[in-house]
Write a protein that binds this ligand. Structure first.
Ligand SMILES: CC(C)(COP(=O)(O)OP(=O)(O)OC[C@H]1O[C@@H](n2cnc3c(N)ncnc32)[C@H](O)[C@@H]1OP(=O)(O)O)[C@@H](O)C(=O)NCCC(=O)NCCS
Length: 155
């Protein structure tokens, strides 16, 4: 797919168009088939850092929410994030990107569940093409009313 300047908003610089085109050609790929789509969200200007990209802490918060979706099916109640085992920001996230969060359970322990999350962006001007922007592994613990770990009973 190439970007014709006539098809883009009037104030888009040609250099930016070429950059977007190069990025999507080089990095876009298929979405995971071994993970479940658990969240979609579009970052807004209020979520930016001083560079004009989306603040990493905002991305981490969304990943934390997305990662909790599959464990929620097992714990049937309260849980808490105990660890972010790995977190990689592979590509910047930008205002207007459509972000898709895919997750899979990688370990079920006695009281904890570990999840792998991958985040893909459809760029504002290249929707339908997915670029992996973030991957992470998080562990959640089922907790009781006192905030103490409790056994996960569902298989
Ligand atoms: C989550 C919490 C209740 C766990 O209590 P704890 O006394 O540390 O629990 P334990 O040591 O018995 O470990 C509980 C489970 O967590 C796992 N766990 C503990 N620390 C871990 C770590 N650093 N990485 C991965 N897993 C960990 C244990 O392996 C265990 O899993 P298992 O029962 O499946 O084997 C407690 O640490 C807590 O309240 N933390 C704050 C949670 C929170 O506020 N999260 C939001 C942060 S923004």
């Amino acid at each position: 797919m190439s970007f014709e300047s006539s098809a883009l908003p009037g104030n888009t610089a040609p250099a930016a168009v070429a950059g977007a085109d190069l990025e999507t050609r080089a990095l876009h790929g298929p979405l995971p088939t071994d993970k479940e789509l658990v969240l979609k969200v579009i970052p807004m200007p209020r979520d930016c850092n001083a560079n004009g990209d989306i603040f990493g802490g905002w991305v981490m918060a969304q990943v934390d929410l997305a990662g909790a979706v599959l464990p929620a099916r097992y714990v049937d109640g309260r849980m808490a994030t105990v660890a972010v085992n790995q977190f990689v920001f592979k590509q910047p996230v930008r205002v207007g990107d459509i972000l898709s969060f895919f997750a899979v359970v990688t370990r079920i322990g006695t009281t904890s569940i570990t999840v792998q999350v991958e985040v893909f962006a459809e760029r504002f001007q290249a929707q339908g093409r997915h670029i992996k922007v973030t991957e992470a592994s998080l562990t959640y613990v089922a907790i009781d009313d006192a905030g103490k770990p409790r056994k996960i009973v569902k298989p």
